[in-house]
Design a protein around this ligand. Structure first.
Ligand code: NAD
Ligand code: USQ
Length: 391
């Protein structure tokens, strides 16, 4: 199949592009390199030495004999460029990763809130409007987030996108319906993902666009079968207080002997998935598209749930790291339970990599190997969800 990957230079997009190319798909990457520019803004670098796009693609061609084309433009701004690519290259699938994805970054200032909303919503809407204008029957596979549901539980598993409800009519009859699970975002970033859902629902209903929305948990790990082949293909590893996600941060912190930064009590329970499973899930989603006219297909792309303090304990046991309970810069529940339905991807054949299998390898082959590249000053999370109380 012809697969256009929007955001194909990023943490999930790069290994996905290689995986799909390796499996025989024709791949074109679109990326405006905004993530690399944000590294410049934050004065931080990936822990791993990621290479410029041309070096990455040359290395992949040398190793696999396969070519991936790279187009640099902004999907949220350059609508006509996007439309031309769709019309000329006629992809079967567009995998859409091209959004600002860090909750702390989205909460740094009003500028960062406005940028995140404008970038993420315009990217998604431009893609959908361009598909309609192109007249092509393209399957959109979007990376959403588990955070659209909030992380609470009403005593049941969080379903895959849709909630069965019973309503009482004015005549006293009970009717059953399935509605989008009530959105409950915890940051401006997560809020953009809840709004993406409405865009998808509307375009699927009105224009019969085929959409799969993957509600992904926190991705951990770095390398995949393809990125490990040559150091020039290495994937990015974010560890800073804005972009670093919790488990990868703990692994890096252990490697540089920085006490593990558990926010508050660490009672927050979250969903996780290994990067190698991310790329397989996307392949599974591509190979089983919804029918034209079907409602948006929503899959929960996660494989296990953990409490933050338990993750810290596991990492401390493997590495001997100390644990530090720091003030939580976020506005979130201190403690929550989380039960998630994830049957659909498992039934399509996903065989998850567990924390127990992959963690130690990640510590020794990535965190310790590249520890010398870490800037300790960038480790604390400094983005506050609410203004500090005025004294
Ligand atoms: P990332 O920031 O590493 O990658 C996103 C890529 O998109 C970057 O290369 C960036 O330059 C590009 N991009 C952003 N806006 C663009 C635009 N307007 N035009 C063109 N390119 C643009 O993020 P990631 O971790 O790879 O996440 C990819 C997607 O997966 C995001 O949508 C994110 O919400 C979702 N997701 C990520 C995680 C995670 O733990 N990393 C978990 C759940 C969901
Ligand atoms: N946390 C700590 N210590 C840290 C970093 C984080 O205790 O040093 C805590 C946070 O307070 C939070 C939890 O760990 O309770 C998760 O934080 P995170 O930064 O790992 O994840 P999050 O902000 O939710 O965002 C990440 C990705 C985002 C994706 C989301 C999936 O950046 O793109 O959508 O995970 S989910 O969390 O399931 O919504």
């Amino acid at each position: 199949m012809r697969v256009l990957v929007l955001g194909g230079d990023g943490f999930c997009g790069w290994p996905t592009s290689l995986h799909l190319s390796d499996k025989g798909h024709e791949v074109v990457i679109v990326d405006n390199l905004s993530r690399r520019n944000i590294d410049n803004e934050l004065e931080v670098n990936s822990l791993t030495p990621i290479q410029p796009m041309s070096t990455r693609l040359k290395a992949w061609q040398e190793l696999s004999g396969k070519e991936i084309e790279f187009l640099r433009f902004d999907v949220a701004e350059h609508y006509h460029r996007l439309l031309s690519v769709l019309r000329e290259w006629r992809p079967d699938v567009v995998v859409h990763f091209a959004e600002q994805r860090a909750a702390p970054y989205s909460m740094k200032s009003s500028w960062h809130k406005r940028y995140t909303v404008s970038n993420n919503l315009n990217a998604t809407n431009n893609l959908l409007a361009a598909i309609v204008e192109s007249g092509l029957d393209i399957h959109v596979v979007h990376l959403g987030t588990m955070g659209v549901y909030g992380y609470g539980t009403a005593g049941m598993k969080i379903p895959e996108g849709y909630l069965k409800v019973k309503l009482e009519t004015d005549e006293g009859k009970t009717i059953e319906q399935e509605i989008l699970y009530p959105p409950n975002p915890g940051s401006i970033y997560h809020m953009t993902k809840t709004q993406d859902q409405l865009l998808f629902a509307y375009y699927a209903k009105n224009d019969k666009i085929r959409v799969t929305d993957l509600h992904q948990g926190i991705v951990w790990g770095t390398q995949t079968e393809q990125t490990v082949l040559d150091e020039r293909l290495i994937n990015r590893f974010d560890y800073d207080g804005d972009y670093g996600t919790v488990l990868n941060r703990f692994l890096m912190q252990a490697a540089v002997h920085y006490p593990l930064t558990v926010h508050g009590t660490g009672g927050q329970t979250r969903a996780f998935i290994n990067i190698q499973d991310t790329v397989r899930c996307i392949e599974l989603a591509i190979s089983t598209p919804p029918e034209r006219g079907e409602r948006v297909r929503i899959l929960n792309q996660m494989t296990e749930t953990h409490r933050v303090r338990d993750l810290a304990k596991i990492v401390a046991e493997i590495t001997g790291a100390e644990i530090d309970h720091v003030d939580n810069p976020r506005n979130e529940d201190a403690e929550n339970e989380l039960y998630v339905e994830n049957r659909q991807l498992l039934s399509l054949g996903l065989e998850p990599i567990t924390l127990a299998e992959g963690l130690l390898k990640e510590v020794t082959e990535i965190a310790e190997k590249y520890a010398h590249r870490c800037d300790l000053d960038k480790v604390p999370a400094r983005s506050l969800w609410r203004r500090p109380a005025e004294s």
